[in-house]
Design a protein around this ligand. Structure first.
Ligand SMILES: Cc1ncc(COP(=O)(O)O)c(C=O)c1O
Length: 314
């Protein structure tokens, strides 16, 4: 059966909000930032949280001056590599392609590990995936599961680590409610989350469970039709032949898709001198296609997407 598609089916849905800046002080870091930290910490089952201006900053601070080699998937957003190198570390690539849309272990120090969960935010996730001293990082970039106007967070049960990140992100000042009472402690960074970012994330968080519930219906439909077992609420990926023409054909029908991700081991900027073997990445990076999955996709939309994609499925 042929469908005629007129409406736009976007890859992600990004909710719009109007903000009243008169609610906030000039220090840009008001009480709603702490409210967001407590709400997310409770949701994921961690004791403490620190909010930042992005997950990139979270990775940067978590790895700062560790002088380590971080092994990351070759199929990853380049910002992760940037955060590793600018914080004074080296990187190497792995052939892991399964992590896309999920969390993955960024580094294991032995006594604690860092989980990069920029693409996943689930109830009790810290309890399920981490030990008390571990660090778990979330992103609130607009397209991420919990959408924001940029933003990131680190959660842990380890108060001392979270306190250090809070101080480092507040220009190196020790934290006090009144910013005149914040003596300088370190040469820090301006990496804190601002009040407007927190307001948008809090608004989206109030409907987060409803959103993920709707997404799970679309995902279940795709899983049945494409015979897959995907679990991500962020990305739904399929493997297709002749990806460029599939993208063009879908675009002509107002269906938007994405590629998550191009490989970095053969990228002119990020390739390393050492030779690695990445057979899975070589294959996937040419065939993977992310198709629309969000809370505003109706079952009819999902069927249209399916009908168009199935013709080229591998
Ligand atoms: C796996 C992963 N880690 C970290 C980041 C960085 O997140 P942010 O955009 O909040 O800096 C991203 C963003 O794309 C990501 O996908």
């Amino acid at each position: 059966m042929e469908f005629t598609v007129n409406k736009v089916i976007s890859l992600f849905n990004i909710p719009d909000h109007k903000i009243d800046t008169s609610n906030y002080s000039h220090c840009l870091h008001d009480n709603n930032v702490s409210t967001l930290e407590s709400e997310i910490a409770v949701y994921v089952g961690a004791k403490h949280a620190v909010s930042l201006n992005s997950a990139t900053s979270a990775i940067y601070l978590a790895l700062l001056n560790k002088s380590i080699t971080v092994k990351i998937p070759s199929m990853i957003p380049p910002v992760v590599v940037n955060a590793i190198t600018t914080s004074g570390n080296k990187y190497d690539f792995t052939d892991n392609t399964d992590w896309v849309g999920d969390s993955y272990e960024l580094f294991d120090f032995g006594d604690y590990k860092i989980i990069d969960s920029a693409q996943k935010l689930e109830k009790n996730q810290f309890k399920t995936e981490c030990k008390p001293d571990d660090l778990m990082i979330f992103s609130f970039y607009p397209t991420k599961p919990l959408s924001g106007f940029d933003g990131g967070m680190i959660v842990s049960d380890d108060f001392e680590k979270i306190k250090y990140f809070k101080e480092m992100s507040l220009n190196g000042m020790s934290y006090a409610e009144n910013n005149w009472e914040r003596p300088h402690k370190y040469h820090g960074y301006k990496m804190y989350m601002n009040s407007i970012q927190a307001e948008i994330i809090l608004k989206n968080f109030s409907t987060y469970d409803k959103k993920t519930n709707k997404i799970s219906k679309v995902r279940n439909f795709y899983n049945t039709e494409f015979n897959q077992k995907k679990t991500s609420s962020h990305l739904y990926t399929v493997d297709v032949f002749d990806r460029e023409s599939v993208i063009k054909n879908l675009r002509s029908k107002n269906i938007y898709t994405g590629i998550h991700y191009h490989s970095l081991h053969d990228d002119p900027v990020y390739a390393l001198n050492t030779k690695g073997n990445y057979p899975e990445t070589e294959k996937k990076s040419k065939t993977t296609l992310s198709i629309p999955m969000h809370e505003n996709i109706s079952m009819e939309d999902a069927k249209m997407v399916y009908q168009e994609v199935i013709k080229n499925i591998i």
